[in-house]
Design a protein around this ligand. Structure first.
Ligand code: SAM
Length: 287
């Protein structure tokens, strides 16, 4: 829920339900289009590099996207014992896919994004996020992730990462029991689902609790939310939620994470361990 006033060189995303807003100083609008699914805007900012906005909501900036992309990916891939087949639903800016492909044990990665224009615009304005798109292990598909997952064979996938927009419009169906049931079937008992789960401050009592209910109803047994900072999203604090039927998602391959053979800017084994420690007000999620 947002307005997009552009006042005297500042772009503001207003988060009406909580009476808050976040602004960035912009120096130019580089691109604007209405795709079949959403309005896509790209700005140059004074201090945050480029900014992508979808339907008035901040998606990524050059400066802080590493926080979100790394936390959506590495905790999940270091929790699964041997992730070989990974699906990203959404994630059209390709930053999550790039992080997935840093893992040498990943053999195949699919990105199923409903809006091809988001990826094409990202290729032009966020080339660093798209630098792994040509990796032979990667397949970029432009379809509805909800329909795609229904056609997977049981046990086809090791990890599913749902890197979606807020749960409205085409992303609304990515947060319910039916969708989670299809994910569980595609993952089998020892697969792992990770879903972006919005702000711990704004959404624990609403979206996150409801998501836990829906995931449990679909058959997921071990659930864990990991909070992390994300300055450009409402409240500046965001989260992902991991779920599995057979794996314990409250533990991870700590030694492997500690010895990871690729670079990150935020994620490391200590950060992962810290993110597993939930604040008091979120502890009720486990009950
Ligand atoms: N980091 C972002 C955030 O949390 O605000 C998400 C970025 S990514 C650009 C989100 C993508 O999800 C969008 O490009 C959107 O088109 C895509 N998306 C939304 N619903 C989808 C669906 N049902 N299937 C596949 N992709 C979907």
């Amino acid at each position: 829920m947002s307005d997009t006033p552009l006042n005297e060189g500042w772009f503001t995303e207003v988060w009406s339900p909580e009476g808050s807003a976040f602004s960035l100083e912009v120096t130019a609008k580089l691109h604007e289009e209405q795709s079949e699914f959403q309005k896509i805007e790209i700005f140059e900012t004074r201090h945050w590099g480029r900014l992508m906005v979808l339907d008035g909501c901040y998606m990524v900036t050059d400066r802080d996207n590493f926080l979100y992309h790394e936390m959506m990916t590495h905790p999940a891939l270091f929790t699964h014992p041997d992730p070989k087949k990974v699906l990203v639903i959404g994630g059209g800016d390709c930053g999550t896919l790039r992080e997935v492909l840093k893992h040498p044990n990943v053999e195949q990665a699919w990105q199923v994004e409903i809006d091809e224009r988001v990826t094409r615009v990202s290729e032009e304005y966020f080339p660093a996020l798209c630098e792994s798109n040509g990796d032979p292990r990667a397949s970029l598909l432009f379809e509805d992730g909800i329909a795609w997952i229904k056609n997977c064979e049981p046990g086809d996938l090791d990890v599913i990462i749902v890197d979606s927009t807020d749960p409205v419009g085409p992303a609304a169906g990515l947060f319910n029991r039916e969708f989670f049931g299809h994910c569980l079937r595609a993952l089998g008992e020892d697969g792992l689902l990770v879903q972006q789960s919005e702000s711990p401050l704004f959404h624990t009592e609403t979206l996150i609790k409801e998501m836990y209910r829906e995931m449990r109803a679909a058959g997921f047994k071990s659930l864990q939310t990991l909070p992390f900072p994300q300055p450009i999203y409402p409240s500046g604090w965001w989260s992902c939620t991991m779920a599995s039927q057979g794996l314990d998602v409250t533990g991870f391959r700590e030694a492997d994470a500690g010895a990871k053979a690729f670079e990150t800017l935020y994620y490391n084994a200590g950060v992962h361990k810290g993110a597993l420690a939930l604040p008091e007000f979120m502890k009720g999620l486990a009950e």
